[in-house]
Design a protein around this ligand. Structure first.
Ligand SMILES: Nc1ncnc2c1ncn2[C@@H]1O[C@H](COP(=O)(O)OP(=O)(O)O)[C@@H](O)[C@H]1O
Ligand code: SF4
Ligand SMILES: [Mg+2]
Length: 359
């Protein structure tokens, strides 16, 4: 890895002040033949300036829908309400003509499929230069110089800017896409499963590089992942999503040590790699059952059909996301019993499909 010198890079890349994001009561319903599908149902979270929020939850819970809402990339017939405030400016009410400015200039996206973000017939350097020059009035030379700096930042040799995507390995392509996402001065970086397609060693290397660059360039970031281990290693705060809702949120160091929502407890026990954990954690558990159908969301807690700790009220009333201690919130009627749930939740039998937990 090349050593990154702060003095080396183009000042344009270095934000003077990191941005703050507040998402408030975001709803997204996809229009389907069978009626509105409520993929996101009133979620709120914050990303404080220069920090990394982990948005975590199993496949289908709505993570990419949130990302697309923030990027204004949802299908036109999707119904979107709520506020997405980037340094106080509501991205959801911007005019269509301002959208170009939002994408890449204010919010930049790195997705899992690097190949889809790269044009196979253009040299990678030309793609980065074109993307810069589409948004900024700078000469080709200046843009190319910036592309070289970015390649250095993401750990790629500058001469490879002359190559085509097919000459790159999967990991190198992912680095190139990260370089492209950083090429404008977007204050918010959205990384949607950025390393999921790569092998674990490559995942770690790329995440480490992404984090280093994010910190150095003072970008705020949302790391979207189904892997709570990645959240443990890379995020400051976490929002745990389940079936279109945020069910728990707070500082990573607290939420992953003392989870309060039964789903977070289950998710934690379903993943092998958590930083600094004890060796004698029991074998991995899996949470039996599936998410409810959001064409007709249940009236009570959405986790009720899979929750080993459900009580009568759970099927009747939806639990609101409420503060449980300063900086932490959970949406569970029984959150005060979290310590007891954590003990039981560490036992695989608690999560068996036919479990009968005596509470
Ligand atoms: N364009 C669409 N039309 C209808 N349903 C969609 C559309 N895109 C996603 N969905 C549904 O919305 C839910 C959330 O999807 P997504 O945001 O991709 O979840 P995640 O990224 O957490 O896996 C899923 O049930 C998915 O099938
Ligand atoms: S509200 Fe009830 S069903 Fe939902 S997570 Fe809490 S205990 Fe389980
Ligand atoms: Mg997704």
């Amino acid at each position: 890895m090349n050593a990154i010198q702060e003095t080396d890079f183009d000042r344009t890349l270095h934000r003077k002040s990191p941005v703050e994001l507040s998402v408030r009561d975001l709803h997204v319903a996809y229009n389907t033949l069978r009626g509105p599908f409520h993929a996101i149902d009133g979620i709120s979270f914050d990303v404080s300036p220069g920090s990394v929020l982990g948005l975590v939850g199993e496949s289908g819970c709505g993570k990419s829908t949130v990302v697309k809402a923030l990027m204004r990339l949802l299908p036109e017939d999707a119904e979107v309400t709520g506020d997405v405030l980037l340094d106080g400016q509501n991205l959801l009410t911007l005019s269509p003509s301002s959208l170009r400015e939002v994408r890449w200039n204010k919010v930049a996206l790195v997705t899992q499929s690097a190949m889809n973000s790269l044009d196979p017939v253009l040299r990678i350097g030309d793609q980065i230069v074109e993307s810069i020059r589409a948004h900024e009035k700078v000469s080709r030379d200046v843009a190319w110089k910036r592309a070289e700096t970015l390649f250095d930042l993401v750990g790629l040799p500058a001469e490879r800017l002359w190559e085509y995507p097919h000459q790159f390995s999967g990991g190198m392509r992912q680095r190139a896409v990260i370089a492209m996402a950083l090429s404008l001065n977007a204050g918010l970086l959205l990384a949607d499963e950025p390393t999921t397609a790569l092998d674990p060693i490559m995942q770690d290397q790329i995440m480490a590089r992404l984090r280093k660059v994010q910190e150095m360039l003072k970008r705020s970031m949302i790391l979207v992942t189904h892997d709570i281990g990645l959240v443990a290693e890379n995020c400051n705060t976490v929002a745990v999503m389940y079936a279109g809702k945020v069910v728990e949120t707070g500082p990573v160091a607290e939420v992953l040590v003392t989870p309060e929502h039964p789903y977070t407890i289950g998710l934690y026990n379903a993943f092998p790699r958590i930083l600094g954990e004890n060796e004698d954690r029991p074998s991995l558990i899996s949470i039996a059952g599936g998410m409810p159908n959001l064409l007709t969301p249940p009236k009570g807690c959405r986790f009720e059909n899979r929750c080993p700790f459900a009580t009568e009220i759970c099927g009747q009333k939806e639990p609101p996301l409420v503060e449980t201690s300063p900086g932490r919130r959970a949406a569970c009627h029984n959150a005060t019993r979290a310590a007891e749930f954590r003990k039981l939740g560490a036992l695989p039998e608690t999560w068996a499909a036919d479990a009968d937990v005596n509470l």
